[in-house]
Design a protein around this ligand. Structure first.
Ligand SMILES: [Zn+2]
Length: 519
């Protein structure tokens, strides 16, 4: 009995503090895009792993101060690798070109080995252990307090965008069409593909037209970043009219997950079917009626893996058949297959289906025939190779979309509305490019030309403007199919903008409008 008591007393608790802290740290730094439920699985997994390793190690190292310090160091380095790398990448070491995985891995192992050696050789480390225990507790308490504070301040935020909607007039409720809104991220317009990539996309476009789609040859996105383009489309207005006085990253997420479009349709009996894109603002949506997440990986687990040395095992290679790239491939293929089942799903009302496919955007996952690609976008150094990888992925996604469209149309009892619309066009190799590049006319002209294709029942397609911009997508649909008192807004196009600079609504004045002469 006494032995067990001694054993429990001698378990080093320190590693738990330094294993949990990196997870909480990552969570607090991305809190605006995450859900609290996402914390449990990684947290319990890590606690379990620490428990097992700690118990095993305590058999071999009797001094729990020493084993505790060694394990804490191990977990801190292992789980926070990405943070350390980022921290170092600003300094002189980066100038020497040392901040690369191939140098940092052996350096890290050497550092850990030496530190462990000195810990083992030292005398009594009770005081050192005590210091790190206090520091660890402070870090944990601080993280928990940040999470708690954020949870509290977000409580009232959910309703920020609940306005304007209820005043809209309700149209006929019978036989409402299912609405599919599909966003293939960075899918470029046909003329850009022809001009910059010498690629003729008429195969896909003719297929869509043959099915009855209108493919706009002059469509444009109002904003050139995912993070602000999707929210404005889903709220049918420009940022000036949407954002609160003080802007938090949360606002963009809330604008997507509790959008005016979604509220408008919910009020008319629609059920919201939402695909977890695995990325930022279009990941998990608590307001949806039916949520699909085809992967074990949610936005947060992916970030933990990419920040930690787990990355080494599962991003580039497989660990027991598991890899991030496989999960992302699975996500896209699953989403497309699931789309085909939706027309026959009984959900107790018409459906609004939202699918943001993070492709042809990076990561590079597929070649043009759907074969696996394992090239990391940030390791590509030639612009030509990068463009080819992106184009291949675009071609594959086009085929996937064609097969989904084919089945949705064949299986839908009431003719649906289907919109395939990218949040902006064109992806280029961005790393290493100066800010001026993104502000240049050449980049802007190509980036704003997004892909927009509409399947519209009845004869409304005749009045669909060929130069529609994203902000008017749902204005057009709601006005024409729901009799909503909504007119199309004046088309305004803005240049690429680092949205993280938006702290107050007045910062929007720094976002430059593209002159009409440019488009
Ligand atoms: Zn995007």
């Amino acid at each position: 009995m006494l032995k067990i008591k001694d054993f429990i007393k001698n378990i080093p608790y320190l590693p738990f503090l330094y294993g949990i802290f990196p997870v909480l740290f990552l969570f607090t730094h991305n809190i605006s895009e995450l859900k609290y439920e996402m914390l449990w699985l990684p947290l319990f997994t890590i606690i379990f792993i620490i428990l097992v390793i700690t118990l095993i190690l305590s058999i071999f190292i009797k001094d729990y101060h020493k084993s505790g310090l060694i394990l804490s160091l191990f977990f801190l380095l292992f789980l926070s690798y990405g943070n350390f790398k980022e921290l170092l990448s600003g300094g002189w070491l980066a100038d020497m070109g040392i901040i690369k995985d191939k140098y940092l891995y052996p350096l890290g192992i050497l550092f850990f080995g030496l530190a462990s050696y000195f810990i083992m050789k030292s005398g009594d480390l009770k005081a050192v252990y005590g210091f790190f225990k206090t520091a660890g507790c402070v870090l944990i308490v601080y993280s928990l307090a940040s999470i708690g504070f954020s949870a509290y301040s977000n409580r009232q935020k959910d309703t920020v965008f609940l306005n304007n909607v209820s005043q809209m007039e309700t149209g006929q409720n019978q036989n409402l069409p299912d609405i599919y809104y599909i966003i293939p991220d960075t899918y470029a317009r046909a003329d850009v593909l022809k001009e910059l990539y010498d690629y003729d996309n008429s195969g896909f476009i003719d297929f869509l037209k043959g099915k009855g789609f209108s493919v706009l040859s002059d469509s444009k996105s109002n904003y050139q970043n995912t993070m602000i383009s999707i929210p404005t489309t889903l709220n049918m207005d420009y940022l000036d009219n949407l954002l609160p006085e003080t802007i938090k990253e949360d606002d963009f997420k809330n604008m997507v997950q509790n959008s005016r479009v979604q509220q408008f349709l919910k009020e008319r009996g629609y059920k919201i079917i939402y695909f977890d894109s695995g990325y930022g603002i279009t990941s998990y949506n608590k307001y949806a009626d039916i949520k699909f997440n085809p992967s074990y990986i949610n936005d947060f687990s992916r970030q933990i893996i990419e920040t930690s040395l787990l990355k080494y095992f599962v991003v580039k290679r497989n660990l027991f058949g598991f890899s991030i790239k496989n999960e992302e491939r699975k996500r896209i293929l699953y989403s497309v297959e699931k789309l085909k089942e939706i027309p026959e799903m009984e959900v107790g009302g018409p459906k609004f289906v939202f699918l943001h496919i993070n492709s042809p955007h990076t990561p590079f996952l597929f070649d043009r025939n759907g074969g696996e690609v394992d090239v990391d976008w940030d390791s590509v150094t030639s612009s030509e190779e990068y463009n080819n990888l992106w184009l291949d992925q675009l071609i594959f996604i086009s085929g996937q979309l064609s097969s989904a469209v084919e089945e949705i149309l064949a299986k839908s009892k009431t003719e649906p509305i289907i919109v395939i619309q990218s949040d902006h066009g064109l992806e280029v190799m961005m790393h290493g490019l100066p800010d001026e590049f993104f502000q240049s006319d050449a980049f802007t002209r190509a980036r704003i030309k997004n892909f927009s294709a509409f399947y519209l029942p009845g004869n409304k397609k005749k009045i669909l403007p060929n130069n529609l911009t994203n902000v008017n997508t749902f204005r057009f649909i709601f006005k024409n199919y729901f009799n909503a008192d909504l007119n199309l807004l004046e088309d305004k196009i803005y240049r690429y903008f680092d949205y993280s600079l938006l702290k107050h609504r007045s910062d929007l004045k720094n976002m430059k409008q593209v002159p009409k002469s440019l488009f």
